[in-house]
Structures are given as structure tokens and as C-alpha cells.
Design a protein around this ligand. Structure first.
Ligand SMILES: Cc1cc2nc3c(=O)[nH]c(=O)nc-3n(C[C@H](O)[C@H](O)[C@H](O)COP(=O)(O)OP(=O)(O)OC[C@H]3O[C@@H](n4cnc5c(N)ncnc54)[C@H](O)[C@@H]3O)c2cc1C
Ligand code: FES
Length: 274
């Protein structure tokens, strides 16, 4: 029972059997899935994640839940979306789900991105599956009147996922790829320096590449700009209890250990050790 005057307990996350609405391929490697879920799950914010209990694909048995970032959430319709790369047992299992199937999800979990009221333009730099994590920033920034330039990196042009989502929300999208020879950090640094010089970078947001993180950290220090990074780390519980996701961070010159699932997954870019 709650003490007098104590507000009623409000869970921040929970488990549920969400109903799959669609789960369709978007390229040779990625799938886009939407589920109908509770208001709590649909209240998830950009940068937060869910622990998904992936069904077993034929002949395999995924152990532990798999962390998956929020790709979209609509509290009005009670839906959340995921964009995932099929890499191993768990995601192969996810790929077997079809409309009407149930997906056991735990979430929303972790601390997501923050957008400061004074910012007018932000730069989003992502690579690979990190583009899924950054995707929901497109809608969140537009809703706050913040302009976005998205530098989206991948091995090949067809793997630049999230580009349509950013464009729909009015962002300028610059795709850089290995196959076109445009994605190495030195070339991305040239793009970033141009954006900074044009006054179009009040903050950096990044996920998916240690090399691109280093470039942004260096520019953030040089120009005194803030930044946030969503860290990807293998996880077990996702709830801060098992310490399997601990990484080192540099906080004010001291090495500090933090749990990516509990203290993050979004961190101040200056603290991150790539
Ligand atoms: C907070 C968070 C959010 C994530 N969001 C997304 C997302 O939105 N979309 C998406 O496609 N992926 C995302 N990932 C990565 C995703 O969780 C892994 O790809 C997935 O767990 C792989 O499971 P699997 O069983 O299919 O493959 P496994 O057989 O477990 O692994 C296949 C390969 O992927 C590597 N791997 C597994 N887990 C991770 C991880 N967490 N980080 C880096 N490499 C890993 C393994 O070392 C192995 O080489 C996220 C990870 C975290 C920690
Ligand atoms: S995954 Fe268990 S503490 Fe982070």
C-alpha cells in the first residue's frame, strides 16, 4: 500500500505480448516490423530500447532476449516499430514473425536522446544498424522545429536504411557508402566541418561507428559543441542487474564503469571511449 501523499507507483517498463502488424523486408539485410502494444510501450522515446524474446527459427534456440531500439512509436494508435538487421539466431527468429503473431517484449528501457530547446539545427551521423536507432530523432526534432542534416553511412547504397524517414521529415540526407568510396572518416569530417562553418550543427547525434564517433568527438572538442552517442553493447538482462554490458567511460578525466542498458544506451559523447 502507498503511504499517505505518496504518488501511486507508475511502472516505467513492463513485459507484454504485442501483436505483430507487419514485418516486411526493406533490403537484403533489414526488416521493418510494427506491433500493436500497450500505452506504456507506445510511450517509448527516441534512443530507448526493448528486450525482445525472439522466437526460435527452425533448428535454433536463441538464449536471452535481444535488445532492439525503438524505430517509431505512436501513442495515438498504440504501436511501436523496429528496424532490424538479420544477423544471427535471434533476429532470424524475429524474421519468421508474421501479421497476427505475438511478440513478447520488455520495455521501454534505458535513457534516450534529449533535444535542448535552444537548438536550431542538429547533425545526425549513423552507420549500419545504428541508422535504425537514430531514425526516430527525425520526427522528434521536426516536432520541436529543429532542422536536421543526416549523414547516413553504409557499405552499399541499398543498405542506407532510414533515409526515407529522414527525408519525409524534411531533413537533408547525405548518404555515404564504402562502394562509392565516400564513407571514410576523413571525407565525413569534411562534410561535418562544412556544416559547422554554415552554422548548421548545434549538436551531434551518433550511433553505429567507433571511427565516426572519434571524428565527432574531436570536432566537438575543437568547436565546443555538445553531442550524444547511442552505444551498442551485447546485453543479457537489459535491466541493470547482471553487469554484462559494463563499459568504461571517461568522466572528467577519470575512468568510470557504467552499464549501457541502465545508464544509457545514450551517453554524452565526450564521455564515450570508442
Ligand atoms: C541498445 C541496443 C539497441 C539495438 N538496436 C538495434 C536496432 O534497432 N536494429 C538492429 O538491427 N540491431 C540493433 N541492435 C543490435 C542487436 O541487438 C543485435 O544485432 C542482435 O542482438 C543480434 O542477435 P542475433 O541473435 O540475431 O545475433 P547473434 O548470433 O547474437 O549475433 C550475431 C552477430 O552480431 C554481433 N552482435 C550481437 N549483439 C550485438 C550488439 N548488441 N552489438 C553489436 N554486435 C552485436 C555478434 O557478436 C555476432 O557477431 C541493438 C543493440 C543494442 C545494445
Ligand atoms: S544487460 Fe544486464 S546490466 Fe546491462
Amino acid at each position: 500500500m502507498n503511504a499517505i501523499n505518496e504518488p501511486p507507483f507508475q511502472p516505467r517498463s513492463g513485459t507484454e505480448a504485442a501483436e505483430v502488424l507487419f514485418n516486411t523486408p526493406v533490403s537484403g539485410e533489414y526488416r521493418h516490423m510494427a506491433v500493436s502494444c500497450s500505452p506504456l510501450a507506445a510511450s517509448a522515446a527516441p534512443g530507448q530500447f526493448f528486450q525482445l524474446l525472439c522466437p526460435a527459427p527452425p533448428g535454433e534456440a536463441p538464449f536471452f532476449r535481444r535488445p532492439m531500439s525503438l524505430y517509431g512509436a505512436d501513442p495515438a494508435s498504440g504501436t511501436v516499430e523496429f528496424l532490424y538487421k538479420v544477423t544471427g539466431t535471434g533476429t532470424r527468429g524475429l524474421a519468421t514473425l508474421g501479421s497476427g503473431d505475438r511478440l513478447d517484449m520488455l520495455g521501454p528501457l534505458g535513457h534516450g536522446f534529449t533535444l535542448q530547446p535552444g537548438w536550431r539545427n542538429i547533425v545526425v551521423v549513423g552507420r549500419g544498424a545504428g541508422l535504425a536507432t537514430l531514425g526516430p530523432l527525425a520526427r522528434a526534432a521536426k516536432a520541436r522545429g529543429i532542422g536536421i542534416t543526416a549523414i547516413l553511412s553504409a557499405r552499399r547504397p541499398e543498405l542506407v536504411v532510414s533515409a526515407a524517414l529522414f527525408r519525409e521529415q524534411g531533413a537533408e540526407v547525405l548518404s555515404v557508402t564504402e562502394s562509392e568510396g565516400t564513407s571514410d572518416p576523413a571525407q565525413v569530417e569534411v562534410l561535418l566541418r562544412r556544416l559547422i562553418a554554415e552554422g548548421r550543427c548545434d549538436a551531434f547525434f551518433t550511433c553505429g561507428s567507433a571511427r565516426l564517433l572519434r571524428v565527432q568527438q574531436s570536432l566537438a572538442t575543437e568547436f565546443g559543441l555538445p553531442g550524444q552517442v547511442a552505444m551498442e553493447q551485447q546485453m543479457a538482462c537489459g535491466l541493470g542487474m547482471c553487469f554484462c554490458c559494463v563499459r568504461e567511460f571517461n568522466v572528467g578525466g577519470s575512468i568510470v564503469h557504467k552499464r549501457v542498458c541502465w545508464d544509457g544506451p545514450v551517453f554524452d559523447m565526450r564521455e564515450a571511449l570508442p
